[in-house]
Design a protein around this ligand. Structure first.
Ligand SMILES: [Zn+2]
Ligand SMILES: [Zn+2]
Length: 123
């Protein structure tokens, strides 16, 4: 994949953030120093970075998609009040996959786990 300056900027913005930013947040962050950047460019580059496996998209019910710089498997907790996304280790998810595989006598190949609730500040 060819890296334009803007694509590198967008990739860095996702990698440097731990808050799983939306496309709009990335756009707002980068726009200040890059006035020629458009929201469409941000969306297009995010989707290309995602299809190349450099970042991950996190789809959240009733919220815009979020982008994740951690591409290894992990689960997420989403706060319904403030929209905060917290990374959760994948151990329990792997256990669940093994249990289900045994129960259905098949193979579990993929899992996307998002837990919804209230974070420590909103509970
Ligand atoms: Zn919260
Ligand atoms: Zn994450």
């Amino acid at each position: 994949m060819k890296f334009s300056k803007q694509r590198q900027l967008i990739l860095n913005a996702v990698l440097q953030s731990e808050s799983h930013p939306t496309a709009e947040i990335i756009y707002d962050t980068l726009k200040k120093d890059n006035p020629s950047l458009s929201l469409g460019t941000v969306y297009r580059n995010l989707s290309q970075l995602e299809s190349n496996g450099l970042i991950r998209k996190v789809k959240i019910i009733d919220h815009p998609d979020r982008y994740d710089g951690i591409v290894s498997d992990h689960a997420h907790f989403v706060c319904r009040e403030c929209g905060k996304v917290i990374d959760i280790g994948n151990l329990e998810v792997i256990k669940l996959q093994e249990k289900v595989a045994e129960e259905i006598d098949g193979i579990v190949e993929d899992a996307t786990v998002i837990l919804y609730g209230r974070c420590n500040q909103c509970k």
